[in-house]
Design a protein around this ligand. Sequence first.
Ligand code: F1P
Length: 352
Amino acid sequence: MNIDQHLTFREIMRQQHGWLKALGALAGEKERLSDLLERYRDREWVFSGCGTSFYLAQTASQLFGRLSGFRTRALPASEILIFPDAAIPRRDDCLLVAISRSGTTTEMVLAEKKAREELGVPTLAVSCEQEADLAGNSLHRLAFPFQREESVVMTGSFTTMLLSIVALAARVSGPERAPARFDALPAASEAVMMAHKSLMKEIADQADLRDFVFLGQGPYFGLANEAALKMQEMAIVSSLSFHCLEYRHGPMSTVTPNTLITILASHAGKILEKNLVRDMKQLGARLLVLHTHEADWVSEWADWQVRVDGDVQDFLTPFLYMPVLQLLGYYKALAKGINPDTPQNLSQVVTL
Ligand code: F1P
């Protein structure tokens, strides 16, 4: 099969066009969104979802919190269902941001309902399906145009929903914190993706790389989790994720020459992450480093690198990294002769 016939591939490659449309639509809703932010600015924004949407919640919580100055947290929807008191200890102090591509994942739909009806918590739905249960039931919704994703595996929906949340936060951030290059971001990300497409294929084609590890701190942690999930879902391989420096605390005992460690380097963690790259190389791992640094050490220790022109505050760089990481999972599936459009044991929506 020609690869551009795979839905998953087409949906990865078209995602930045979707961002442009979403950003445009959100810009047209200035008043409603400003009211929403003003109304809940003193509450804790609890970002929640399942699977990819939970990893999105992790990164969204970090970026939204730092940009807006609001208090934020992330947790899987199931925690609200099973341990509601621990998940939402102060009901009058919280806004639940319920994230789901389909808007029909049972755990998220039930958690939103529980929060709103039983706990009296206001809810904001972030979904690609405005007609589905989640957006319909929630008190508020973040609506943006989205060309429906047909693939089981979430790719463009992840980055589009994340960008919409970040764009919302940027409304309240002062000029000193507002990302300068919002408008230029889709084109910049597309250029990075196109420039590194064949590199991702080259890495995925290394048959001796059998164990995959993704490491990231702060906003990059949710991305590392998501990159590991893409590997599992598409290529059916063993794939793990940790905070960068957590990897030294035990997991590094499993490193072999068949391990690919992908480090999603941050600007904030430059020195500490640099030392990690060196140490993991010395243990015998192979390394792919995504970074924004002009530095010789990357070429010295990394087997492969993706250098992007990111931002020093780490607000926009995640959007330059993620499509490249999705391609790595996609090409690994192809290298193993697996059709990424039909992932093993999975369906588009988990209904309980
Ligand atoms: C979330 C999700 C996906 C996963 C799988 C099933 O869906 O768990 O992360 O890849 O295909 O659904 P959603 O709630 O965002 O629609």
